[in-house]
Design a protein around this ligand. Structure first.
Ligand code: NAD
Ligand code: UDP
Length: 309
């Protein structure tokens, strides 16, 4: 197939491109390189079935393709809050441009949505049926509400125009090719531990997240795109739940070194708990289940960062 990947030079996008090229597809990436890097896809740039176009998804684009994966959007809180108006525009205009193209060329179109649509969840773990607890006017709203609006657009294009959509709600995913200055917790802790710097826990470290290794996530994406039973939204993530203090201690154990844990203020609206209910994914994605435990995924990610920091 001919497949368009928006945001394909980012962390998740570059792993997706690897899988798509390995599966013999033609891949076109459009990315404005805001948080992505050409070095993430450097090994693909000379490949005859791979093409990179520097372009902003806010502006319309046209490609003759069979599938579209819409990933373009900064994902780490410091990056999406850097220019919050731009973040909302990217989510909303990017979705409209992908959906308009999908409608025109009859492509199947995938949206990388997020567990942030559940906000600071009052239901735990979070099933897809939960509508969420989101602050519409806070620091995280540009991302949360932008992604919620994108989901709305996907389902309206589906109902009104018959566009063939797939929507996943991604829970915290980590792995090689995260940017060392990304600002998300896994890369922060690993980079700090490798540099012998203090490990910065925000708040008291009792808040929880559930961490999925990148390979498990991408496998779920491909399975969702390959089946026709479910358009989503489908939660994808690893239900293993850890406090940030546990994550800091595990990272320190794996890296070794002399870093000590320090406590910094908790950012506003930081969700207190997060764990995916993945019953739906396990049912509709042909036995998909995350396979890489946190300790093993962290070890692989540490091995990636070690020569780079
Ligand atoms: P990332 O920041 O590494 O990748 C995002 C990519 O989008 C980057 O290459 C960036 O340059 C590009 N981009 C940003 N704005 C753009 C624009 N206006 N036009 C074109 N390209 C643009 O983050 P990631 O972790 O790879 O996330 C990829 C997608 O998955 C995002 O949509 C994110 O919201 C979603 N997601 C990720 C996670 C996670 O844990 N990694 C969780 C939930 C959702
Ligand atoms: N966090 C932390 N130290 C850091 C970076 C993040 O304690 O250096 C915390 C953050 O406050 C949040 C959790 O780790 O409670 C996950 O943060 P991240 O930015 O990775 O993702 P998100 O909050 O979007 O799930």
């Amino acid at each position: 197939m001919r497949i368009l990947v928006t945001g394909g030079a980012g962390f998740l996008g570059s792993h997706l491109c690897d899988r798509l090229i390995a599966d013999d597809h033609d891949v076109t990436v459009i990315d404005n390189l805001f948080t992505g890097r050409k070095q993430n896809i450097a090994h693909l740039l000379q490949h005859p079935r791979f093409e990179f176009v520097r372009h902003d998804v806010i502006d319309p684009f046209k490609f003759e393709v069979d599938q579209i994966y819409n990933l373009a959007c900064p994902a780490s809180p410091p990056h999406y809050q850097f220019n919050p108006i731009k973040t909302t525009k990217t989510s909303v205009m990017g979705a409209i441009n992908c959906l308009g193209l999908a409608k025109r060329v009859r492509a199947r179109v995938f949206q990388a949505s997020t567990s942030e649509v559940y906000g600071d969840p009052a239901v735990h773990p979070q099933p897809e049926s939960y509508w969420g607890n989101v602050n519409p006017i806070g620091k995280r709203s540009c991302y949360d509400e932008g992604k919620r609006c994108a989901e709305t657009l996907f389902f309206d294009y589906h109902r009104e125009n018959g566009v063939d959509i797939r929507v996943v709600r991604i829970f915290n995913t980590y792995g090689p090719r995260m940017h060392e200055a990304d600002g998300r917790v896994v890369s922060n802790f690993i980079v700090q531990a490798l540099r012998g710097q203090d490990i910065t826990i925000y708040g008291d470290g009792s808040q929880t997240r559930s961490f999925c290794y990148v390979d498990d996530l991408i496998e779920g994406w491909l399975r969702l795109m390959a089946q026709t039973e479910t358009v989503g939204p489908v939660n994808l993530g690893n239900p293993g739940e850890f406090t940030m203090l546990q994550l800091a201690e595990l990272t320190l154990k794996l890296v070794g070194g002399k870093s000590k844990i320090v406590y910094k203020p908790l950012p506003a609206d930081d969700p207190k708990q997060r764990r995916p209910d993945i019953t739906l994914a396990q049912k509709v994605l042909g036995g998909w289940t995350p396979k890489v435990p946190l300790e093993e995924g962290l070890a692989r990610t540490i091995a990636y960062f070690k020569p780079r920091v």
